[in-house]
Design a protein. Structure first.
Length: 251
């Protein structure tokens, strides 16, 4: 456990000391600012009973734009940077297991990803206080939105870690992760099949739709199927990453 924590601290230190770390935070705040501007315009023009979380995370495109853009930036250096700088071989020859390396890099990426959302969450809480309308930020909906941010981000980060393990180029790793992220999001844009008679495939695709899952999270509805979906894909991508690292070690 001590080795694992040391590796996690190393990953966080690199993330917070590198320029890419500040780029991630800047992109998050910039895009979130645009989203909040549109949200304020909506609140000023139309009366709505929907909580802020549903309007921002469930119905808006800004959340998805943030996730799709920043996760490749966070993960592109995980393995690719180590290989390009020549530190990968030194890391893998130290007395650490392959799983320790993979999980430490993944944990560091997840912690940094969650930290990048902290300013945005503080802004939403501040908006609730300024508006003086407690219903705008329902605690249950907020908890669901935070869980959705963590689940969806964890899946995207696991895919990004896998992409980074395949190459020594950070640009290629970022583009591969970006394409996977866009593909998962785009596949969820099909019209909902709910309510159709006998459309089994449509109902299955609805259960796998990350956009519908986030809408449920943002309303405070926690579906166990969504949790199993993200856990399964996270484990799958981490397993594939481990296999890639294991093969390279034996080479």
């Amino acid at each position: 456990m001590g080795v694992f924590l040391a590796l996690v601290r190393r990953e966080l230190g690199i993330a917070f000391n590198a320029l890419t770390g500040y780029v991630v935070v800047a992109i998050t705040l910039l895009l979130a600012g645009f989203g909040l501007t549109g949200l304020l315009d909506t609140l000023n023009s139309d009366r709505t009973d929907a909580p802020i979380t549903e309007m921002f995370f469930g119905d808006g495109l800004v959340f998805w734009l943030i996730v799709i853009v920043i996760t490749p930036v966070i993960t592109m250096r995980s393995f690719a940077s180590e290989k390009s700088q020549g530190t990968y071989e030194a890391l893998m020859t130290t007395p650490v297991g392959d799983w320790q390396v993979v999980l430490a890099k993944y944990t560091g990426a997840v912690l940094f990803y969650l930290a990048s959302w902290v300013p945005m969450i503080c802004v939403l809480v501040g908006l609730r206080q300024v508006a003086g309308v407690p219903e705008l930020l329902d605690p249950r909906a907020m908890a669901g939105a935070l869980l959705g941010i963590a689940c969806i981000g964890s899946t995207y980060l696991a895919a990004g870690i896998f992409a980074s393990s395949l190459t020594r180029s950070q640009i290629i790793a970022a583009m591969t992760s970006l394409l996977m992220g866009v593909g998962v999001w785009a596949s969820s844009l099909r019209p909902s099949g709910q309510g159709g008679s006998g459309d089994t495939l449509g109902r299955v695709l609805d259960h796998l739709s990350v956009t519908l899952q986030m809408k449920d999270f943002a309303r405070g509805v926690i579906d166990g199927r969504a949790l199993v979906f993200h856990l399964s894909f996270t484990v799958l991508f981490l397993f594939l990453t481990h296999r890639v690292v294991e093969m390279r070690r034996w080479k």
